[in-house]
Design a protein around this ligand. Structure first.
Ligand SMILES: Nc1ncnc2c1ncn2[C@@H]1O[C@H](COP(=O)(O)OP(=O)(O)OP(=O)(O)O)[C@@H](O)[C@H]1O
Ligand SMILES: O=P(O)(O)OC[C@H]1O[C@H](OP(=O)(O)OP(=O)(O)O)[C@H](O)[C@@H]1O
Length: 217
């Protein structure tokens, strides 16, 4: 396939979703090139025979590329969609990289006078505690969030829990689940109108890969 008006640019998240997303694309019947590997340093990969360009980006930036239209499609965790609140279409739950956004803290510790919550997800945390009618100060961190309650930076955290190992190894417990998270296929709004046929076709192939052959029968 040459670069036509139905060529698709896809923002792929580097990091832990990447391998599962790549596997799913292969399952959906797309021939992915060797150079598209987790340890590659290449940031764009052309797959002309399939009519794709892939962009390798930070997971948190996927909705930005898609909203601005430099990518037609993207693969991203629901946690990031909830946090970033971008103007994009969410087309499909890919059912990969499952985890949950939770409130966690030290066991048996009561509420303090001015409770602080440390998180990589300040908007999710802010919204959640407002809905619960609780006033908290949100402290934004970029990683190692579980450290915060151990050293008195915060009372609680809002963070991703998957196996629970990070909480366990740091003596923390899960207190509330805010959201169940999986990765999603998202689309730019204009691309979805202009490249509808191609996007619908890809959507259908991925749906079969996610849910099995019988889905359209
Ligand atoms: N422990 C986990 N297990 C499963 N999925 C996870 C886990 N942590 C995060 N995720 C999912 O994978 C997505 C990408 O996480 P990843 O750690 O690869 O990127 P990141 O948080 O931007 O990390 P970094 O800043 O190290 O690049 C998250 O948005 C979430 O949907
Ligand atoms: O329940 P678990 O299986 O232990 O997974 C949860 C951990 O994984 C993520 O951290 P990540 O590895 O991305 O590190 P960072 O956020 O500290 O950079 C998340 O922020 C938790 O810390």
């Amino acid at each position: 396939m040459t670069k036509t008006d139905q060529h698709l640019t896809v923002a792929m998240p580097k990091g832990r979703i990447f391998t599962e997303a790549l596997h799913l694309l292969k399952e959906a019947g797309f021939a992915m090139p060797e150079e598209m590997a987790e340890n590659s340093r290449k940031l764009t990969v052309e797959v002309p025979e399939e009519g794709f360009t892939f962009l390798m980006v930070k997971p948190v930036d996927v909705p930005t590329y898609v909203e601005h239209g430099v990518a037609d499609l993207g693969v991203v965790g629901k946690d990031i969609l909830m946090e970033e609140n971008r103007d994009v279409y969410e087309l499909l739950d890919l059912n990969i990289s499952p985890c949950r956004v939770c409130v966690a803290g030290m066991p048996g510790r009561g509420p303090s006078l001015n409770p602080k919550v440390a998180t990589k997800y300040p908007r999710i945390a802010d919204r959640y505690f407002r809905e619960q009618g609780q006033q908290v100060e949100v402290v934004r961190l970029n990683g190692s969030v579980e450290l915060a309650p151990l050293i008195g930076l915060s009372d609680r955290i809002v963070d991703i829990v998957s196996t629970g190992r990070t909480l366990r190894e740091n003596g923390l417990v899960e207190m509330e689940e805010i959201a169940h998270v999986t990765s999603r296929l998202i689309a730019n709004r204009a691309s979805y109108r202009l490249k509808r046929t191609r996007i619908d076709q890809m959507h259908q192939q991925l749906t079969v890969a996610v849910h099995g052959e019988g889905v359209f029968k």
